[in-house]
Design a protein around this ligand. Sequence first.
Ligand SMILES: [Zn+2]
Length: 309
Amino acid sequence: MRRAGFVIAIAAAAVLCASRPAVSAPVKQLSMQDLCLRLKAEIKEFGWNINPCDGIKWTEASTSVNGYPLVYAEFGDPKSSNTTLVLSMVHGDEITPLYIGFELIKWLEHNIASLKGARVVVAPLINPDSLFARPRTRVNARGVDCNRNFSTRDWHAKALKLWKTRFRSDKRRFPGNAPDSEPETIFQKGLIEKFQPQKILSIHAPLNFTDYDGPNNLALARFPREYVRECLKLRRHLRAISGGFFTGSLGNYAGQERGIPTITLELPTADPRKARVYWAKFRTGIRTMFEFKVPNYALLMKGNVRKGS
Ligand SMILES: [Zn+2]
């Protein structure tokens, strides 16, 4: 009898366990002050002489896997039809884009009025957890490359397959087990949805080129000729090249599929000592991009349906 009771007890416990999801400790939600202090300590070694939080009016959109606020700052007229969204440091082991993001914010605070009615939204630190990791990583706290996690149309068919074959299961490029699985990806998509930018600037390092994803001559069936022509003018102005795109990348999601010209600035190195030089070198081009008016042609984010211009 004792044995039977014991078996019943084990069976009951098993049913109980099966019906309950595994419990993991809840992630502590950190404050803006936590982020600022951590960031300040983090950049100290770089000798940049910037205060990453003082005087900046941040909006907290959501939180990272480890609980840090995911933030952005807005500049210019909210009614402007010329909005550029800047997304920086999606990969935390690329240091120089962080400096450009913060210098850009400082510069916009004083110069937005001179930018011909342009509006700019800057998210300088898309992936704080990867910057704060030891060693710093490309992937987020769950090991996902947030620039391969966007829900592009080919994601289910290709993302994991390509990762296993072409990228030989490189942990630095893991696209996740499902598209849009990561808060840092959803954060970027939310900014696109909220601000409906006419252009996107994404800042990375260290590949040393400027890439364009967006409407081109091969996409005339999907986009009006005059719209494509203006987008290609922007590409020419910035001397960007079209170097291909990846399943699940921002360029694929926003540029190829949504038709929002998306410029990826790959800084020449990730060396923090060179950050000042890069800011001096690229700020004129960045300003040109902000001022350049792509026709007011809005793509509805849902279902990629065209709206009138
Ligand atoms: Zn990168």
